[in-house]
Design a protein around this ligand. Sequence first.
Ligand code: SF4
Ligand code: SF4
Length: 289
Amino acid sequence: MKKLLILSGKGGTGKTTTAAAFIDFSKARAFADCDVDAPNLHLVAGIESEPRRMDYYGSEKAVIDQTKCIGCGACYKNCRFDAIIKAGTKFSVNPYACEGCGVCMYTCPADAVTMEEDIAGELMLYQEERLFSTAKLKMGRGTSGKLVTEVKNKLEYATATAELAIIDGSPGIGCPVIASISGVDMVLVVTEPSLSGISDMKRILRTAEIFQTRTAVCVNKFDTCVENTEEIEKLCLHEGIPFVGRIPYDKKASDAINAGHSLAKVNCPARDALHQVFENVMEVFAESK
Ligand code: SF4
Ligand code: SF4
């Protein structure tokens, strides 16, 4: 199965819109949303069924047994993450701050601390005639990279026979993005022609280079700054990165997305430009086989 990952340096660039449209253009039987902090591909991908839900366990968290605690404060003094809350003589753990290091358990003289598995999120697998893998991380949990890997594994195991999988990545270049890039065949970077867009794009391209993953670039809302679009094209040419198209700003596209429709199903210039980007990406994909 070939995996195409769609990334952008920041949210709101058109990454999920592109992913949803590519799913329709390619009639992909397998796709995933790896933006586990804020998944929203399901809103525009026409998913109607109920998913199979699975708990995702992150790192362990400390729990204090109040019936055993003698209030000595050793855990409070030794926790370097300030995760122990002191209220008078009572001590408890803030699960959002606890890093699961276990120091409080080892330093407690009353054996009052245990380490317990923490449900850090939820994996969801939609199995219609198409397969959709996604997940949601609970607020304040920090194991998003591991959860992204789980989302991809579920996709891979459940759809080994699908030819192409479209993966919507997370914004930025942090841990979940690195986990998203690992093992994919190509990354399409959707960028905007702003200075921050160019800077974010360069950072993603460097990250993908480290993984020796093929990349391509397209510009969304290119007409908001044609000069910067041209600069992006020049940069791609210079670096030998395929530039696969420009998508214009289109009010009809914004309206469709706000209504939860895939851009592939809307008759407008942005849809036509995005379809051309899709064809160009497939050509680059074919060349790299
Ligand atoms: S496990 Fe570590 S981080 Fe969590 S409360 Fe105990 S000492 Fe602090
Ligand atoms: S170290 Fe143990 S006994 Fe002391 S305050 Fe913490 S939980 Fe209570």
